[in-house]
Design a protein around this ligand. Structure first.
Ligand code: C2E
Ligand code: MG
Ligand code: MG
Ligand code: MG
Length: 301
């Protein structure tokens, strides 16, 4: 491992080691090198469409293979953002995801890929042009791409950021607010934001089943988003109880370990099939017990 670790700077890479411990300069140099060597991989996590119960969307999540294992975004994204390398990294992830998924997407127009975008990328004046160029180069339809941005993007949103999003949305690309509910934007601001959907943060999802029998905040989020014509995804769904409740609440897409974990692209077909079987199986089981098949019937039309 020491030999591969780049001129013996570190003997071992411990994937749990924080960026505070691993010198920032080392991470930055490593990232630069990985960009040069095509050293990042993109894992894919299937999302399940509640209405059809099929996994027709996947989120692209970047990973950095290191001698000691796969490094997760939390370990290197902060450095990538502060150094500006996240612009090249983000473009690489988008391109890789589109390349890996072009066949899967072309086979069914209802399929889509979701890609995370850093606020640093959105401040680039040619961001929209770059994204459209990647789509043109990989043959992916704009209508099959979603971009996930966090609420913080809109706090500082100058006309440039809004302009980029408007340009992308005019081309048919959809935009969703990631980790919704954790930032500062009020529910009331939602109406003014140039977005097509929200992804409810897992901290709200994980309160389901912890004893409280109603979830007023969750209910309000789903209701308001739908009133505004926005699509709702719940992330971090880890249990069948959470999944069933979210389906009852009318959420459109479910994402989380209960449905599927992120997988390397070569395992996508299996993961998509398994994820699609989860809600189906829940409905079959409840029907088999002679109960109302809540999961099947509660799905909105
Ligand atoms: P995110 O966009 O909210 O992505 C979901 C994160 O939750 C992923 O972590 C995923 O592996 C994890 N996850 C999925 N299902 C569950 C679950 O049931 N329970 C729990 N506890 N976690 C679950 P990951 O891959 O470590 O990514 C962390 C964050 O890094 C992402 O959060 C996103 O904000 C950012 N990120 C990932 N890839 C990229 C990228 O290519 N570009 C940018 N700018 N950011 C990225
Ligand atoms: Mg995301
Ligand atoms: Mg998310
Ligand atoms: Mg999240």
């Amino acid at each position: 491992a020491a030999k591969q670790a780049g001129k013996g700077r570190h003997a071992v890479f411990d994937p749990t080691m924080s960026t505070a411990v691993l010198a920032r300069a080392d991470v930055e140099n490593g990232l630069r090198q990985a960009l040069e060597d095509d050293g990042f991989v993109v894992h894919l996590q299937p999302l399940v469409d509640v209405r059809t119960r099929a996994a027709t969307r996947v989120e692209a999540l970047v990973r950095w293979p290191r001698p000691g294992g796969l490094a997760l975004p939390a370990e290197f994204l902060p450095v990538a953002e502060r150094s500006g390398l996240v612009r090249a990294l983000g473009q690489r992830v988008l391109r890789t995801a589109c390349l890996r998924l072009s066949g899967w997407l072309a086979a069914d127009r209802r399929r889509s890929v979701s890609v995370n975008v850093s606020p640093v990328q959105l401040r680039e004046p040619d961001f929209a042009t770059t994204v459209l160029g990647v789509l043109a180069g990989t043959g992916v339809r704009p209508g099959q791409l979603l971009l996930e941005v966090t609420e913080t993007v809109f706090l500082e949103a100058g006309p440039r950021v809004v302009g980029q999003l408007d340009e992308l949305r005019a081309a048919g690309i959809r935009v969703a607010i990631d980790d919704f509910g954790t930032g500062y934007s009020s529910l009331g601001r939602l109406q003014a934001l140039p977005v097509d959907g929200i992804k409810i943060d897992r901290s709200f999802v994980q309160q389901i089943g912890d004893g409280a029998d109603d979830q007023p905040i969750l209910t309000a989020m789903v209701t308001l988003a739908h009133c505004l014509g926005l699509e709702v995804t719940a992330e971090g769904v880890e249990t069948g109880v959470q999944a069933a409740r979210l389906v009852e609440l009318g959420v459109d897409h479910l994402q989380g370990h209960h449905l599927a974990r992120p997988v390397p692209p070569e395992d996508l077909a299996g993961a998509v099939a398994a994820a699609g079987a989860v809600l189906q199986a829940a409905g079959d089981r409840s029907a088999g017990r002679g109960r109302e098949p809540v999961v099947l019937l509660a799905a909105p039309d």
